[in-house]
Design a protein around this ligand. Structure first.
Ligand code: C6P
Length: 410
């Protein structure tokens, strides 16, 4: 695999992402929607194509060479992910379709066995719907309750409120590592320690963290950690649930069918070992291999260089947009990844999105699947520019000029 990537050699790094080199009408693409999905490096595209061209077969099943090869590649990808997040063993790395499915797995299998009437699940007001709705449904099934920790006007968690709401009745504490709408990096170590001290199990939504921060599940000491491949330079349709092995062992299967079984008779089934117990049916083999290639890509990038590059881009975007007349920034936490949400006075976010699109600038506009957060902030939505390692200072100059131009149309 040929990986030249380094944020200090941005031209070479951008060359790794063929999609970036295109015109939208008369404008070159400036991509600011990486929080929705990142673009894919050539090495990931090649890994998927090569798998289908040379190795395609079902895994863990047939007694032939292709299947043996596909199985080896599929399990090597799992090991690659294990190493990236420092899980203790591959038994703790479960393939899912993405963050949403990973959280649902916990909300059904884990929550289904531990929740009792009167219990509480503590979430936060800044969660993505994927870390709200599964808990509401789990609570309804059990007669339990969802409680949300409040946030400050800057978009940080109100930690006093967290401590107030965490209690003996709290069984599960579920929160995002990084907010998708605001970019806030939550104090996850502190939250996990407090939750554990209260006897609760922690579920982290890492969807927006994996492409930006080093994640070590043992150092975090979290119980579950969910993420999506497509937000970290991998393909869509593949993601991961990390779970502490003892918890996963004790949990009942969720979906059932092939692959997750050991012995089946007409009236009884015993189940496969971890992680396969939670992987019913033919998995997304090419997706897992593609995610493995994405992890290789990330591993080749110096984390300090990445952090410095993204911090520089964030500072430029924040200060540039703040100077545009009529622009209000939404989410000014002290610790942030490269997500800049903003409003333009007198304009609907969607209209700003359209005016930017007409200039080749891709942003997301709306509630960002975080409606309770928007309700708390008293706004219908925001325009969101989300940055990634391949964004350049030139992209940011264009974004700022684009917003400035958009305001003149209003
Ligand atoms: N956020 C965004 O534009 P899936 O769809 O399962 O890969 O990821 C869901 C999800 C869960 N948690 C967080 C914090 C997320 O940001 C997302 C996806 C995208 O912000 C699409 S709504």
């Amino acid at each position: 695999m040929n990986i030249a990537a380094s944020p200090s050699n941005l031209a070479a790094l951008r060359n790794d992402f063929p999609i970036l080199d295109q015109q939208l009408g008369k404008y070159p693409l400036a991509y600011f929607d990486s929080a929705a999905t990142t673009q894919k490096p050539q090495s990931v595209i090649d890994a998927i194509a090569e798998y289908y061209q040379q190795h395609n077969a079902n895994v863990h099943r047939a007694a032939h060479a292709l299947s043996e090869r596909a199985t080896r590649m599929f399990e090597a990808a799992r090991e690659c992910v294990r190493e990236r997040i420092n899980a203790r063993s591959t038994a703790e790395v479960i393939w899912t379709r993405g963050t949403t499915e990973a959280i649902n797995l916990v909300a059904y299998s884990y929550a289904g066995t531990v929740l009792a009437p009167g219990d509480e699940i503590l979430i936060t007001e800044m969660e993505h719907h994927s870390n709200i709705v599964p808990w509401q449904l789990a609570a309804q099934r059990a007669g339990a309750r969802v409680v949300a920790c409040g946030i400050t006007d800057e978009g940080e968690l109100d930690l006093d409120d967290f401590e107030r709401k965490l209690g003996e009745q709290t069984r599960i504490v579920a929160f995002g590592h990084v907010s998708n709408a605001l970019g806030t990096i939550n104090p996850v170590r502190w939250l996990i320690e407090k939750a554990h001290a209260a006897g609760a199990v922690t579920v982290l939504d890492g969807a927006q963290a994996m492409a930006h921060l080093p994640v070590d599940v043992q150092a975090l000491d979290c119980d579950f950690y969910a993420f999506s491949g497509h937000k970290m330079f991998g393909p869509t349709g593949i993601g991961v649930l990390y779970g502490r092995e003892a918890l996963l062992e004790a949990m009942p299967p969720w979906q059932s069918g092939g692959e997750m079984i050991e012995v089946v008779s007409i009236d009884h089934t015993t189940f496969n070992t971890l992680p396969f117990k939670f992987e019913a049916g033919t998995p997304n083999i090419a997706g897992a291999i593609g995610l493995g290639a994405a992890v290789h890509y990330l591993n080749a990038i110096d984390p300090d260089e990445l952090a410095a590059h993204e911090a520089r881009l964030l500072a430029l975007t924040t200060s540039g947009l703040a100077q545009v007349e009529g622009v209000t920034l939404v989410g000014t936490a002290a610790a942030k990844t490269g997500v800049v949400s903003f409003l333009v006075e007198g304009a609907h976010p969607q209209d700003i999105g359209t005016l930017l699109d007409q200039q080749g600038i891709a942003v997301r506009a709306g509630h960002h699947c975080a409606m309770p957060l928007m309700q708390r902030l008293g706004i219908p939505g925001t325009v969101r520019a989300s940055l990634s390692l391949y964004n350049s200072e030139h992209d940011i100059e264009r974004l700022i000029a684009g917003v400035q131009k958009a305001t003149t149309f209003l």
